[in-house]
Design a protein around this ligand. Structure first.
Ligand SMILES: [Zn+2]
Length: 512
C-alpha cells in the first residue's frame, strides 16, 4: 500500500503548466510573463499542502531552462536533457532545498555563495526553497542579502504553506502566487480521468466522497484513492470509501437527524451507539450532521426557495428531508446549527468523544424542542387578543386585521407572517423607545433607508390603518428584540442549567 501511495501522486504529477489542476489564474499569469520575457528574480508560491506548489516550481524551472528554443518558454518540451534532469530532481543548476532541514545561517550562506557562479548546463541557476517559513532569522537575513542584489542568472522560487511566517522584507522582493484549494468538481474530473488511465472502477458516489474528503488538495485526494484501490482491489465504490473514511453514509445521517428532531431521546442515543459501534468517526459524523442541517435549511419551505440543485442527497433522501422540514421550524434548524458549531471545538478538546457527542445530541434535542419564541411571546401578549377569541358567537371580521401593541408582538407577528427579511432586520437593528398602536419611535442601528417605508406598508396591511414611524437620531440604548430574547432565555432556570452542562456555550439568536 505504501508503494502505491507514492505511485499515483508521483505518476500523475503535473509536468507542464497546462496539466496543473485547478490553478488557472496562476497558469495564465505565469505563462504570459514567460512568453513576454518578464521573468522575476524571485517567486513565492503559497497555498495549503498538495495544491501543486512544488510541481509548479519544477515546471517553472523547466520553463526557464528548457533547451527546445533560444530562450525561456512557457511550454517546456519535457524531453530535452534539462527538462528530464529537472523532472527527476537531478539537474545540477536546479537546487531543491528543504528549509526544514537547512534552517541554519551557515547552511544558507554556503548555498548562496555558490549562487555567484554561472550555471553549468542551464540558462539560470534556480533555487527552490520549500517550506521557506522554517528558515531561522539569520538564514532569512542571508537570503535577503542575495535577494537585494541577485546575480542576473539566479532565480529563487520559494514555497510555503504559512505565508504569514515569511518576513515582509522577503515577501516584498518576490512575485507572489496563491495556489487555491482545488474545487470538488475539478478534483472529481481529475480522479475519474486517473481511474480510467489506471483501469480502475470508481463509482461517481465514491469519487464525490474522495473529492470532498481531499478538501482542495490533489495530493491528499490521490493518497485516499490509492488507499481505496489497495483495499478494494480496484473496485472502488461508495461503501468501501465510507468504510475507509469511517464515515456514516448520508442515509444514516438523514435517519439520525430525523430521530434527533423527533422527541425520543433514548431512540436517538441508541442510533448514535449503533453508528459509533459501526466504526464511524464522530467528528466526521458531526460534520455530516452540519451538512444536513445546512441543506435542510436551504430546502426549508419558509425560505420559499426549495433549493435542492446542488444538494448531495439522493431523490429519496431529499423526500425525507422535506418530510422532516414539514414539522421542524426554521428556528429549530438555526438553533441546532449553532449548538453544533459550538460543539466542534468541544469535540476536538474532549478526552472522550463519545460522551461529548451523546451530550451534544441531548442538547440539540432540548434546544430543538424548546417552544417557539413567538409562541412564548404570543402567550405574554395574549390578553389583548383573548376577549375576541372568548366570544365565538361573533362573526369573524371580513378582513383579517390584527392589533399590534408592543415591540415584541410586532416581532412575533412578522415571524408568523414569514416576513423573514423584515423580521431579521427589525429584531437585530431596531431599538424601540416608544410603541403604541399606530406609532413607533425607534432608533435604527444600521440606518437602512428602506426599512421604514417597508415596515409602514406592512403594518398598514396587517392592521388596516396607517402608522407613524418616527426615527430617532440618537440611540436611547434600549435592547433590540434579539437582545431581549437572549436575556429572557438566559434567565430561564431550566435553560441556564442546561447551558451550564456545556461550559463556554452561548445562547444564540433564535431568529430565523
Ligand atoms: Zn525541454
Amino acid at each position: 500500500m505504501d508503494s502505491n501511495y507514492t505511485v499515483l501522486a508521483r505518476k500523475y504529477r503535473s509536468q507542464d503548466f497546462q496539466s496543473l489542476i485547478g490553478q488557472d489564474v496562476l497558469v495564465k499569469t505565469l505563462t504570459t510573463a514567460i512568453n513576454t520575457s518578464r521573468i522575476a528574480h524571485a517567486y513565492i508560491f503559497t497555498g495549503i499542502r498538495g495544491t501543486g506548489k512544488t510541481s509548479t516550481a519544477r515546471i517553472l524551472a523547466k520553463a526557464l531552462n528548457c533547451l527546445s528554443g533560444e530562450r525561456a518558454t512557457a511550454t517546456p518540451c519535457g524531453v530535452c536533457e534539462n527538462c528530464r534532469a529537472i523532472a527527476a530532481g537531478q539537474h545540477i543548476d536546479v537546487m531543491e532545498i528543504d528549509a526544514a532541514s537547512h534552517t541554519g545561517v551557515d547552511n544558507m550562506r554556503d548555498i548562496l555563495d555558490a549562487a555567484q557562479y554561472r550555471p553549468t548546463n542551464g540558462r539560470y541557476k534556480v533555487y527552490i526553497i520549500d517550506e521557506v517559513h522554517m528558515l531561522s532569522t539569520s538564514a532569512f537575513n542571508a537570503l535577503l542579502k542575495t535577494l537585494e542584489e541577485p546575480p542576473a542568472h539566479v532565480i529563487f522560487i520559494l514555497a510555503t504553506t504559512e505565508i504569514r511566517k515569511v518576513p515582509v522584507t522577503i515577501l516584498s522582493r518576490c512575485q507572489r502566487f496563491d495556489l487555491v484549494r482545488v474545487p470538488v468538481e475539478t478534483l472529481k474530473k481529475h480522479f475519474a480521468w486517473i481511474a480510467s488511465q489506471e483501469k480502475i472502477e470508481l463509482s461517481d458516489a465514491a469519487n464525490e466522497l474522495l473529492a470532498r474528503a481531499a478538501d482542495g488538495s490533489v495530493r491528499d485526494g490521490l493518497s485516499l484513492l490509492d488507499q481505496a484501490i489497495a483495499q478494494t482491489g480496484g473496485h472502488v465504490d461508495e461503501a468501501a470509501v465510507l468504510d475507509m473514511l469511517k464515515r456514516a453514509d448520508r442515509g444514516v445521517v438523514v435517519d439520525l437527524m430525523d430521530t434527533v428532531l423527533g422527541a425520543d431521546t433514548a431512540a436517538a442515543l441508541d442510533k448514535v451507539d449503533q453508528i459509533y459501534n459501526n466504526g464511524a468517526d464522530l467528528a466526521m459524523l458531526l460534520t455530516d450532521m452540519m451538512e444536513w442541517t445546512h441543506w435542510a435549511t436551504r430546502m426549508h419551505p419558509a425560505l420559499h426557495v426549495g433549493d435542492t440543485q446542488n444538494s448531495p442527497y439522493t431523490a429519496d433522501q431529499r423526500e425525507r428531508i422535506r418530510a422532516i422540514n414539514s414539522r421542524v421550524s426554521l428556528n429549530a434548524l438555526s438553533r441546532i446549527w449553532q449548538v453544533m458549531v459550538a460543539a466542534v471545538p468541544e469535540m476536538q478538546a474532549a478526552g472522550n468523544q463519545k460522551q461529548c457527542f451523546d451530550m451534544l445530541i441531548v442538547r440539540m434535542m432540548h434546544i430543538a424542542d424548546m417552544p417557539q419564541i413567538s409562541e412564548i411571546l404570543k402567550k405574554q401578549d395574549a390578553p389583548a387578543a383573548r376577549p375576541a377569541a372568548a366570544k365565538p358567537a361573533n362573526p369573524a371580521p371580513q378582513q383579517r386585521t390584527c392589533q399590534i401593541t408592543s415591540a415584541a408582538q410586532l416581532a412575533s407577528a412578522m415571524q408568523e407572517a414569514r416576513e423573514i427579511l423584515l423580521y431579521s432586520y427589525y429584531s437585530s437593528n431596531i431599538e424601540v423607545s416608544e410603541f403604541s398602536d399606530g406609532k413607533i419611535v425607534y432608533f435604527d442601528r444600521k440606518g437602512d433607508a428602506d426599512f421604514a417605508p417597508r415596515l409602514a406598508a406592512w403594518l398598514a396591511a396587517q392592521t388596516g390603518h396607517q402608522w407613524t414611524l418616527e426615527r430617532a437620531t440618537q440611540s436611547a440604548h434600549t435592547a433590540t428584540v434579539s437582545e431581549q430574547k437572549r436575556e429572557e432565555l438566559e434567565s430561564d432556570p431550566m435553560i441556564a442549567s442546561a447551558m451550564n452542562l456545556f461550559e463556554g456555550a452561548e445562547i444564540i439568536s433564535s431568529s430565523h
